[in-house]
Design a binder for this molecule. Structure first.
Ligand code: PEP
Length: 249
């Protein structure tokens, strides 16, 4: 039986005051008895996040990482650094990294491999653009994104990861995929993974992301192949995120 996981992606948002307020509200309001929760904070707020969430059952992670362990890579953050601040997860291949910062399927696969080597769970983000959906190639796009990772880390490596299916047209747009649309793609993803390994397909958590709100969470999470959500905008509103976590519990 897969456990639900709901993760907050704060992106490049927050102030010390806002982060303090959100962490206190999450600590107070989220029960991880029946579900898992995680927070992807901007790097500079990871020490505060570690302090605020330690001992709560809520995990945290970085929004990105570099593959090298250390060295002359100005602006980058290593997995060893993330681990030093208690990160259990790292986001890999978020659509904003792919589109704004040129991360290809191969770069993403290398980052998944580095995370697994360091014992940090990669949350692999995949998803199609509106143009790709309208051209009827959604399945081809997500298959290529996953195949690039399997080619690098094998199906066992994928099995140690979490997948977040996030249709690009639904991220930050207020346009959530319908539960049926999301379920259809999640079922496809699980089926294509089962062609490699039925056990991995059965056990891997596949989250939905794209304008999830408290009002839409319950129906999305009740779909058989949706195991929780990756939440951007709504994770910056404490009551919304707490309610989304409750919908998964
Ligand atoms: C995201 O950033 O991963 C995301 C899903 O954002 P939003 O919930 O704002 O669409």
């Amino acid at each position: 039986m897969r456990r639900a996981l709901v993760a907050a992606n704060w992106k490049m948002n927050g102030t010390k005051a806002k982060v303090t307020e959100l962490l206190a509200a999450f600590k107070e309001g989220i029960s991880t008895d029946n579900m898992d929760a995680a927070v992807f904070a901007p790097f500079v707020y990871l020490p505060m996040t570690e302090e605020g969430l330690s001992g709560t059952g809520i995990a945290w992670g970085g929004q990105c990482s570099y593959t090298a362990e250390s060295g002359a890579f100005t602006g980058e953050t290593s997995l060893a650094m993330l681990k030093e601040f208690g990160c259990q997860y790292v986001l890999v291949g978020h659509s904003e990294r792919r589109t704004l910062f040129g991360e290809t399927n191969e770069v993403v696969a290398d980052k998944v491999a580095a995370a697994l080597e360091q014992g940090v769970c990669p949350m692999l983000c995949i998803g199609e653009t509106l143009e790709e959906r309208e051209s009827g190639i959604t399945e081809k796009v997500v298959k290529e994104q996953i195949d690039a990772v399997i080619a690098k880390v094998g199906i066992e490596g994928l099995g140690k990861s979490v997948i977040a299916y996030e249709p690009v047209w639904a991220i930050g747009t207020g346009k959530t995929a319908t539960p049926e649309q999301a379920q259809e793609t999640h079922a496809y993803i699980r089926k294509m993974i089962s062609e490699h390994d039925t056990n991995v397909a059965e056990n891997i958590q596949i989250l939905y992301g794209g304008s999830v709100k408290a009002a839409s969470a319950k129906e999305l999470f009740s779909q058989p192949d949706i195991d929780g959500g990756l939440v951007g905008g709504a994770s910056l509103i404490a009551e919304e995120f707490v309610a989304i976590c409750a919908a998964a519990g």
